[in-house]
Each structure stands twice: as structure tokens, then as C-alpha cells.
Design a protein around this ligand. Structure first.
Ligand code: ATP
Length: 199
């Protein structure tokens, strides 16, 4: 099985996450995209909604698309939160799969990657979606710094840039503004029902 792996805090999941996942599946001919929420314990900023709510929203968002699947590997008690540890754990569960890892350009350029060579060595493909505010040159510099054989696994996606982020969704909600049509309807309903992201 040709698997795509899409990790994130999904705080909350929004329409550009889904658009990127769908488009990568089509461009890279993938059979399944795993949405892999992380508790975010290594991130500088703590997540805003509880992990249970973030997972419920991801499940609701992807439920109508048979290409998409929820994966809880990153939520097991011994998960380190590092992609270098996630991939072998996924490999144990999905032995038959080829792995394509999907990230936004900000995650490549702004994150402190731990054991990045191990991450790339565990993958068939590493694909990067462009993101507003992240210069094409910065992405190219990060790619150029990778050793040649592993660099061949890295692809930049020819996609439009969308200035939607979970930060923007939270900011609108904290101001009492609508996020309808920025997030899937079931996520919009879930946020309202559970009073999430209020000021
Ligand atoms: P936040 O605003 O809270 O940082 P986010 O919108 O970046 O959240 P995450 O859950 O952190 O959402 O992102 C999961 C993955 O999706 C990351 O690799 C991120 O770079 C990517 N991503 C999210 N939004 C976009 C976007 N608009 N364009 C490209 N990539 C995106």
C-alpha cells in the first residue's frame, strides 16, 4: 500500500489540511493518507484545545473521504513526538507500505528537525507544500543542505499558497467571528457545540 503520512497538531484541522492531503494523494498516486495528530509536547507553544477534541475534529473532518484515515500512533504513551521515532513505529504497524511524508514549507524551514537523515531514510518521498511567508529560496536552501542520495526523495509541490492556518481560525473564533467554510462543516459544528477557542 502506498501511504501518505500527514502529522500535525490540528488545533483545529482546517480546509487547507484536507486540500493538501487530497492533492498529494492525487499527484503522488497514494492509496491512503494517514492523519496523525500529535499531542504537541515538543512544540514551543502548547496546543489550545485538548487532544481528545482535536482528534474528534480530525475524525469528523475526514469521515466522508475513503482515502483518509485517522492514525493514533503518535498518541501512544511512549511516543516521543519526534518524526524519527514515529516512522519506525508506523513501519511496525504497516509493514507493507511505501511512505510519503507531507509537510508545509513552514514545518521544513522553521522546525528543529531531530535526526533528519533518519527521517528521510525511513521514507520513500518527503513532499513539501508551499506556504505564504516562507520564501521559495528558504525551502531550496533547506533542501540543498540534505545529502545527495536522500535529497532525491524530497519533492516540492506545485500548489497555490493559501493563507489559512489554525492560528487564523483560533483568532477569528476568539473575536467571536465565524470560521464557517474555513473548516469542514462537522468541525465548525463541533467547535460551536464544545465552546472551543473562546477568548
Ligand atoms: P498553527 O497555525 O496552529 O501553527 P497549522 O495551520 O500550521 O497550525 P498544523 O496542524 O500545525 O496546522 O499543520 C499540520 C501540517 O500542515 C504542517 O506540516 C503545516 O505546515 C501544514 N499546513 C497547515 N496549513 C497550511 C497551509 N495553509 N499551507 C501549507 N501547509 C499548511
Amino acid at each position: 500500500m502506498r501511504l501518505g503520512i500527514f502529522g500535525g497538531t490540528f488545533d483545529p484541522v482546517h480546509n487547507v489540511h484536507l486540500f493538501i492531503a487530497q492533492t498529494v494523494a492525487e499527484l503522488e498516486d497514494l492509496e491512503k493518507i494517514l492523519f496523525v495528530p500529535t499531542d504537541g509536547h515538543h512544540y514551543r507553544e502548547k496546543a489550545h484545545a485538548p487532544i481528545e477534541d482535536r482528534c474528534a475534529m480530525v475524525r469528523a473532518a475526514i469521515s466522508t473521504n475513503p482515502l483518509f484515515e485517522f492514525d493514533d500512533t503518535e498518541l501512544r504513551p511512549d511516543a516521543s513526538g519526534y518524526t524519527a521515532d514515529l516512522l519506525p513505529a508506523l513501519r511496525e504497524r504497516r509493514n507493507d507500505a511505501s511512505f510519503t511524508f507531507i509537510i508545509g514549507a513552514d514545518s521544513l524551514v522553521n522546525s528543529d528537525w531531530i535526526r533528519f537523515d533518519e527521517v528521510l531514510a525511513a521514507l520513500d518521498r518527503f513532499v513539501i507544500a508551499p506556504r505564504p511567508g516562507i520564501a521559495h529560496e528558504a525551502v531550496q536552501r533547506a533542501i540543498a543542505a540534505i545529502d545527495a542520495p536522500l535529497r532525491e526523495r524530497v519533492r516540492t509541490l506545485n500548489l497555490p499558497e493559501f493563507a489559512l492556518s489554525a492560528t487564523l481560525v483560533r483568532a477569528l473564533l476568539s473575536r467571536g467571528q465565524s470560521v464557517r467554510y474555513l473548516v469542514p462543516d462537522p468541525v465548525w459544528e463541533y467547535i460551536a457545540q464544545h465552546d472551543l477557542y473562546k477568548a
